[in-house]
Design a protein around this ligand. Sequence first.
Ligand SMILES: [Mn+2]
Length: 294
Amino acid sequence: MNAQKDLYFINYASSIAGPGPGCGDGPLFLQHSSIFAGLAQSGIVLHWQLTTTPNVTDSTKLASVVRQCTQVADEVADLVRHKKFFITLGGDHSCAIGTWSGAKQALQEKGPLGFIWIDAHMDSHTPQTSHTGNIHGMPLACLLGQGEPTLVNLMSPGAKFKPENICLIGIRSFEAEEAALLKKLNVRIINMNEVKQRGLVDVIAEAINIATTGTVGYGLSIDLDGIDPADAPGTDVAEPDGLSGEELCQAAQVFAKDTRLVGAEIAEFDPGRDQEQKTEKLITKLVRAMVLGK
Ligand SMILES: [Mn+2]
């Protein structure tokens, strides 16, 4: 009989920073999914800590993101301080601003935090470069200290990560301005072509090395659109030719044994676009792999 593992969830049930309503339903859909509940039979004790949603009192989209991300950040900071492994469920990827500002807050006195970003996109726009104005295209830039000040300075002033401790994986769709920002900051980007050449196990090993060199721990943010739409159709901004869902679940087993990983995030699940519960099942499998290593 294996020991049970505790897992703490934070639901960012919001799509206010994305292109449409879909992914805001993702977190509560998973909380009430019988497939996802199967994780309990695998030996994971599921703790549902917090759900944030847009509120009629939010004066603007930005105000809503700031309020919800602050709630997420407070909860994450508390969990990280108590060494409780968490997963933020999105919702659109603006949740990353809250999740990682909170993790940074908790580790402020200990040292720097590293970061692995798995996504089809760079999410590295600023309000000046964004073509859509959607904040879900900006979280990585915010976490690097670039963009809207209220988001950049959430919980603490400025960047939450050093560029040299960040690695992006699976990138295949971006605008020139984002690529220019990340290039200027010298952030390591492992695009989809390189993943295909080397395999995910190898590139994740490199990413962990980047995220743990001179840091006290690291975070992992997974946008489901990083995965091929054939394996994870339940997202709002699908990009063809992505990561194999099966290969990602295999490779993600490495995280279960790595105590330097402080927590993770799985964003952009739109249950309304899922087909034959493929994405729902894949998220469940991914969580099991990351937490139990099997
Ligand atoms: Mn994203």
